[in-house]
Design a protein around this ligand. Structure first.
Ligand SMILES: [Mg+2]
Length: 120
């Protein structure tokens, strides 16, 4: 599945998007819905991290198949929020992915993959 196809399907399960007009979907923010998505991303990231933490703490990183699937489901929830936030910012996921890869390739070429700072 392509990123943009995923993003379009994700929108069909975003209750906030159903209440927004076509122009609002792509070009501006519905602030409460947008904040809901940003908080959701943080929450789902926390759910994922908590599952990983417990596997590391209690089982020295040895996942059962069920635990691996449960962690992947939480990671999928993170992906859903990334798709929706990108849409609220008027950006197809394919563009987001491309921007990210270009940023990392530039850092690699300049030897700045390690270090700190957004604009290194
Ligand atoms: Mg979840």
């Amino acid at each position: 599945m392509k990123f943009d196809e995923y993003q379009k399907q994700a929108e069909t399960t975003d209750l906030g998007f159903e209440n927004m007009g076509e122009v609002m979907r792509i070009h501006s923010y519905n602030v409460p819905e947008f904040i809901d998505k940003v908080l959701g991303l943080v929450g789902e990231s926390g759910e994922f991290a908590d599952k990983i933490k417990k596997i590391m703490r209690d089982k020295r990183g040895e996942f059962t198949d069920e635990e691996r699937i449960a962690a992947l489901k939480e990671l999928g929830d993170v992906l859903w929020y990334v798709a929706e936030i990108s849409a609220y910012l008027g950006t197809p996921m394919s563009e987001l992915a491309k921007m990210n890869l270009e940023k990392l390739a530039s850092r690699k070429a300049r030897g700045t993959l390690v270090g700190a700072g957004d604009n290194r």
